[in-house]
Write a protein that binds this ligand. Structure first.
Ligand SMILES: [Zn+2]
Ligand SMILES: [Zn+2]
Length: 308
């Protein structure tokens, strides 16, 4: 468990024993405190940097990828990550933000002053981003040999386009990354031209049949009851869609206005930006199913219920 300077407070990395050395899953955030904590955790277990032979990144969010460049340099480990995440990283690394960020936020009706604050905050957490050259580019379905068995790579897009989970059929655990968390539901990303919520719900279903005793998430402790948590998470998104429909049935609203109504407490710029993308992903899902209509107006795209 490593410290991160956000409301999430900590992020987990996972070590799995290989025939020789270790696989490290994720890296922690780019900060001195996090680096020191990772180094202390390794040396407590008698593990040197060079013992890390493989680094697998579940996805490229700052709390998962932040120290990966340092770790690769110190350990000479082989890097494995999903193709879609590598492509997304290449986009984000160019200007410390996705190229669609500004237009998406303006379409969502985010005021310029708030947009500038979000942009500064997000560029700051990604300021060390560079591209990666993985040793192996994953598509999902691969197996990684580990001591006493294998880990199966499950491609689980939704939270991020190339998110992966790692499943141990022999030891019945799932390293779930940010795909499934016990106490909160992961943010759904929004990417132009993609139905990320539908992809996320499909990804939830894709891990439902797995025979899992323990879920090992990136945030919070290990927990049991994968299928119950999948159901609760799917129900949460159905309820959120319902809430959006109720609100826009009264009055056409922008995504930004929906965020203001649904998160009454003050969100930090980083969290406000996640919340806008989350709402956009739900609106996209509803629009593609004919439940929501949208039209660009001055000050952003307005959404309403057709026939209302
Ligand atoms: Zn994440
Ligand atoms: Zn995370």
């Amino acid at each position: 468990m490593l410290p991160v300077p956000w409301e999430l407070e900590t992020v987990n990395v996972h070590l799995v024993e290989l025939e020789e050395g270790f696989l490290l899953v994720d890296s922690g955030i780019w900060s001195e405190e996090c680096f020191d904590s990772l180094q202390a955790g390794l040396s407590e277990r008698g593990i040197a940097w060079r013992d890390i032979r493989t680094l697998c990144l579940t996805h490229v969010h700052p709390d998962h990828i932040g120290l990966s460049w340092n770790i690769l340099e110190l350990s000479s480990a082989k890097l494995v990550m999903h193709r879609a995440e590598l492509e997304y990283l290449a986009m984000v690394a160019r200007e410390s933000r996705p190229p669609f960020f500004e237009q998406a936020m303006l379409n969502a009706g985010v005021p310029e002053e708030m947009l500038a604050r979000m942009d500064r905050a997000m560029r700051d957490v990604r300021r060390n981003y560079r591209t990666h050259q993985p040793h192996q580019v994953l598509e999902g379905g691969e197996t990684i040999p580990v001591r006493g068995g294998t880990l199966q790579v499950m491609w689980t897009p939704g939270h991020s386009p190339g998110h992966v989970c790692l499943y141990s059929p022999q030891h019945r655990y799932l390293i779930s990354g940010d795909h499934i968390l016990e106490l909160i539901t992961p943010n759904i990303g929004w990417h132009p031209g993609q139905d990320m919520l539908a992809q996320y719900l499909d990804s939830l279903e894709s891990v439902r049949p797995l025979d899992v005793d323990w879920v090992l998430p990136s945030h919070g402790g290990p927990f049991r009851g994968l299928r119950e948590r999948i159901q609760e998470t799917a129900d949460h998104h159905a309820a959120r869609c319902g809430e959006i429909l109720t609100r826009i049935s009264r009055l056409p609203l922008t995504a930004h206005a929906l965020v203001e109504e649904m998160w009454r407490g003050k969100l930090s710029p980083v969290h406000h930006h996640f919340a806008v993308f989350e709402i956009l992903a739900h609106l996209e899902y509803l629009e593609r199913r004919g439940q929501v209509a949208a039209q660009a107006r001055n000050g952003g795209v307005l959404y309403w219920m057709p026939g209302k």
